[in-house]
Write a protein that binds this ligand. Structure first.
Ligand code: BGC
Length: 844
């Protein structure tokens, strides 16, 4: 299908005419979801019920948990870093996601996430591209282009200033107009101007005292007004706080449905003159325009969208190749004394001791709404063994998880069906059986994905474990009074939601676990007396939160996530460290895989430290002391501290690499694929040593963005924090580079720079030529203004032209409320990250 991106006035007239056929109540009805991820259709005007799905790195489908298997992509940080900031890869990802969407008949993919990495503590940074607005905007534009070319709408999220998760429904990001324009809105602006994104999502937080869903200034004033954008703005899920203020403030669609603050309340607000009917009409026109763009509007008759057939299966060789290549090429070599790439033939390196919990339980995705149900996930142990065979000896590492996690379904068998998973029975308060079914997953979402006559009071989960006789880690996740019984053992707990974010019922529910001695192949029964929270009482009872009676948040009555915890009990850390030391001492090279988990890099929570969880730092240090050569693989999307850096030979940042992750790490380590990534974020040297750090709002719920436009490398360069451990833009790849002549001139496309680079290494490689501007004005930060990747053969030279983007050569003038060009002058800085400057050119 050919998407239509340019709208003629005729088209808008046609849409307005369709809207004119609908009575007010019907128009309003179209402006709230029908279910969690679908919209109502209308036969009267040929509007199909549109389907939405998360998310940025995989198209999950209509179910929040337990849906069909879908392809799991590498984290956004790898996509942005991939192939040395390669627009082509981001565009390819967009095309692939569109195919994933088509297979599931999804019209709108809820991504990309274009919020910035303001503080490295942000829990959701793995979903977002970078600390830099220009890299973020360019990557997002390429992704959107790829996706929308295939007729699937992208959704830029979250508008705006949503850089952290703590108290996200209530906090107020206080940000200057200058920082808003120059930093936080810039990726949205670029993806609109350069790729014509068809939709956006308004954030949970307030911005300068006004909820994002009610931001007349941002939504009506800037996005729809100044930018002339004709797309649709939907709310984040349950984010809409007030009826008239949001409808007047530029929000077009409330999600999810069917309840919410619009419906009858909005009809009444129009009748009372609080909202003009023209405003409602404009929202519906935008909705119809979106439907038209994705093939969901056929007023002339029943001509349903034809979905593409013959799409690659989620585990097909095509997808394997793509996902492995994209992940590997996004990985970044941040330190290397020559030990990488590992010799694939084994002559030089001898045995490889592969060590770490992340080697055998590789974390391929982050937590929250970006999570998908992948067909498989590969581990580094599988990947490296596939490439190096029995040279690889795998040793477990220390514990890494900060919270109990849902059981691996492969460890469970449903006694009723004999299939992997568990048997679920839901009971009413009087003991009546409401539902009985098999679940492939150990996690279920009671009440959200079920269609029950009445609310369940009790859930019973039964499964047979694939355990040996002895200790098993057993427990549960989800609010309620739990009894988990197996063999002669039984553990109980009363779990309650502690936070103020109803989203936590799904995204961060309470959990417990303990070690129980069980006979082999034990059958376990977990019974929970469910305990839904009365959010109305809790949230309206706290005046400081300032919630209106109609706030959509109060509709979040679903019970949330309920899951069984069951895993072989881990060996004590001391034993594991001793075994790792012994393995390292007897091998030529030790590869230690460390990292974060889905509990650390997740929606609905921020981190409190950049230190690796558990005793992982000690593990690395002890292995490095025992091994001849030590390579560390960091399996995390965002910065971690490296107190052991000086003691190891190489460090590969592997991100959260998606379903092909383990194979991608192996390909990167051996050089089968070059890890050509460049860091998308600066890595601080210590906790707190960053230009923007705090993510916890004050008692007044305000989070001041006092750092202005000096976040990330801009702030480090200005001396607002000690120099980082690794700069934004740093990345060694496997080539070595000499920089030659650099020339700047005004060309047809504005300021252009040509940079001569020579690949002085013995292998073909890829360089990212990065151009920064250090403006003449004292109050202006240095900033990335252009970049281009170049593939250069071993020993060859290339002249790389880089265009500086005009949108980085202007400043927001708060006095006049307009853009002004920078004063001119200053210096262009050509650098491999600002810690490795290769040339400077003065501008006249
Ligand atoms: C997230 C959005 C997501 C939505 C739907 C929210 O919790 O903030 O990014 O698209 O849920 O799952």
């Amino acid at each position: 299908m050919t998407p239509r991106t340019t709208r003629s006035p005729d088209c808008t007239t046609r849409l307005a005419e369709l809207v004119g056929r609908l009575p007010l109540a019907e128009k309003v009805h179209l402006l709230t979801g029908e279910t969690a991820f679908t919209l109502p259709g209308s036969d009267r005007i040929g509007l199909a019920p549109l389907a939405f799905s998360d998310g940025p790195t995989g198209v999950r489908g209509l179910k929040f948990v337990g849906g069909d298997a879908v392809a799991l992509f590498p984290s956004a940080t790898l996509i942005a870093g991939a192939g040395a900031w390669d627009d082509g890869i981001a565009e390819e990802v967009g095309r692939m996601l569109a195919e994933e969407a088509q297979r599931q008949h999804i019209h709108v993919v809820l991504g990309p996430t274009v919020n910035l990495h303001r503080s490295p503590l942000g829990g959701r940074l793995f979903e977002a591209y970078s600390e830099d607005p220009y890299l973020t905007g360019r990557t997002a534009a390429a992704y959107v282009r790829g996706m929308q070319q295939r007729g699937t709408a992208a959704c830029l999220k979250h508008l705006v200033a949503n850089e952290s998760e703590t108290l996200r429904n209530f906090m107020d990001s206080r940000v200057s107009e200058t920082a808003l324009r120059e930093l936080y809105l810039l990726p949205f602006e670029m993806a609109v101007q350069d790729a014509g994104a068809w939709s956006m999502m308004a954030a949970y937080n307030d911005v300068n005292g006004v909820p994002a869903t009610e931001q007349d200034h941002v939504q009506n004033g800037i996005v729809k007004g100044e930018w002339g954008w004709d797309g649709l703005i939907m709310s984040d899920w349950f984010a809409t706080k007030r009826t008239a203020a949001s409808a007047n403030g530029g929000l077009d669609l409330v999600m999810p449905g069917p309840d919410g603050p619009w419906g009858d309340r909005l009809v009444a607000a129009v009748r009372a003159g609080e909202v003009a009917e023209e405003a409602v009409d404009d929202h519906v026109v935008r909705l119809l325009r979106l439907a038209d763009r994705v093939g969901g509007l056929t007023p002339e008759g029943p001509e349903p969208r034809r979905w593409a057939q013959d799409l690659p299966a989620v585990d097909s060789p095509v997808r394997q190749e793509q996902l492995r290549r994209i992940a590997a090429r996004g990985m970044t070599v941040v330190a290397n004394n020559g030990v990488l790439p590992l010799a694939a033939d084994g002559r030089a390196d001898g045995a490889v001791a592969l060590i770490g919990r992340h080697a055998i339980d590789t974390v391929d995705m982050g937590g929250g709404s970006a999570t998908v149900n992948p067909p498989y996930q590969s581990t580094v142990a599988e990947g490296l063994t596939a490439l190096l065979g029995d040279r690889v000896r795998v040793t477990d590492g220390v514990a890494v998880r900060s919270r109990p996690v849902a059981a691996d379904p492969a460890f469970l068998t449903d006694p009723a069906t004999g299939a992997p998973g568990m048997q679920v029975v839901l009971l009413a308060a009087d003991g009546t059986e409401l539902s009985r079914y098999h679940s492939d997953s150990s996690a279920i979402s009671i009440g959200r994905d079920d269609d029950l006559d009445q609310d369940p009071a009790t859930a019973v989960l039964t499964t047979t474990l694939a355990n040996d006789a002895g200790p098993v880690l057993l427990g549960a996740i989800g609010a309620g009074a739990w009894t988990v019984a197996g063999g002669a053992g039984e553990i109980t707990a009363r779990l309650r939601f502690a936070g103020k974010d109803p989203g936590e019922t799904m995204l961060r529910p309470p959990a417990f676990a303990g070690t129980v001695d069980l006979p082999a192949a034990a059958t376990v029964t977990a019974t929970v007396a469910l305990d839904p929270v009365d959010w109305r009482e809790l949230l309206l009872g706290d005046p400081a939160l300032g919630l209106a009676e109609e706030s959509h948040l109060l509709d979040m009555t679903a019970l949330g996530l309920t899951a069984l915890v069951a895993a072989p009990a881990p060996r004590p850390d001391d034993e594991l460290i001793a075994a790792a030391e012994a393995a390292a001492a007897s091998a030529g090279t030790a590869v230690v895989v460390v990292g974060l988990t889905e509990e650390d890099e997740t929606e609905a929570a921020d981190k409190q430290t950049l230190a690796l969880p558990g005793r992982q730092d000690e593990l690395v240090a002890r292995v490095a002391a025992a091994a001849g050569r030590t390579v560390v693989v960091v399996n995390a999307a965002t910065p971690v501290l490296m107190p052991w850096l000086a003691e190891v030979d190489a460090v590969l940042v592997a991100g959260l690499p998606g379903q092909e992750g383990g194979h991608a790490v192996a390909a990167a380590l051996t050089g089968a694929l070059e890890p050509a990534g460049r860091l998308v974020t600066s890595w601080p040297a210590a906790d707190g040593a960053a230009p923007a750090w705090d993510v916890v709002p004050g008692e007044d719920l305000v989070l001041p963005y006092d750092d202005g436009t000096f976040i990330g490398h801009r702030g480090y360069h200005a001396g607002h924090a000690p120099a980082p451990l690794f700069w934004f833009g740093h990345g060694l790849g496997y080539g070595t580079w000499e920089y030659g002549t650099v020339q700047a001139h005004e060309g047809g496309a504005g300021l252009e720079v040509t940079v001569e680079v020579t690949n002085t290494s013995a292998r073909d490689s890829r360089e990212t030529v990065q151009v920064y501007l250090e403006p003449a004005e004292e109050d202006q930060p240095i900033r990335l203004v252009g970049y281009r990747g170049a593939d250069v053969a071993a020993g060859a030279a290339a002249v790389v032209p880089v265009t500086c983007d005009d949108r980085l050569l202007r400043r927001w003038d708060e006095a006049t409320g307009t853009w002004a060009p920078l004063a001119g002058g200053g210096e262009l800085v050509v650098a491999r990250g600002l810690g490795d400057v290769r040339a400077r050119v003065s501008l006249a």
